[in-house]
Write a protein that binds this ligand. Sequence first.
Ligand SMILES: [Zn+2]
Length: 203
Amino acid sequence: MDQIQIGRFIAACRKEQGMTQAQLAEKMGVSDRAVSKWETGKNMPDSSIMLELCDELGITVNDLLNGRRITMDNYKETAEKTMLEMRAMKEQNDRMLLQTETLLGSVSVAFLLIMCVLAKYLPIQPWIQAVLIAVGLVQLIPCVYYALRIEQSAGYYKCSSCGESWIPQYSQVLFAPHFGRSRKMTCPHCGKRVYHKKVLTKD
Ligand SMILES: [Zn+2]
């Protein structure tokens, strides 16, 4: 996806509609700066307002994502290309999320270890030792929550029995025995309770 081309296209369509950046910004409920960033290719419009934006510009989302008007002749080809590119973007995004999960988990566990070491070796009173360890444990809870949230929603879990990939509920992930990112869960496709591997793509 060529953000610069998309930006130029947004600017061209806006001018066709006889709008200034400020007018478009007001209609969309965003700042002038946001519109300027779209048009210079620094930012993509948020997916939550993309439909409305396309409406204002008199184009389709497919046109927008391709940075040009799509005619019937090249519709199928560009639609497929767009789908593939969206998929690649999602995969990249999921990969980054999973890296964030690893980082978050590592930092949080390291923090707990540091608190334990300090509690053990610093010449401090027992109640301060207890506080240090408690702080180390308490910060672990939201970190584990968010890390698991990421793991649950990024990518898919692939069943080792039937090979189907699916996205489980948070509770399924939370209570599943795991080994690294592989989790033992009941597959909704074949019904077997087996290990599922984390994968980024569905196929
Ligand atoms: Zn299965």
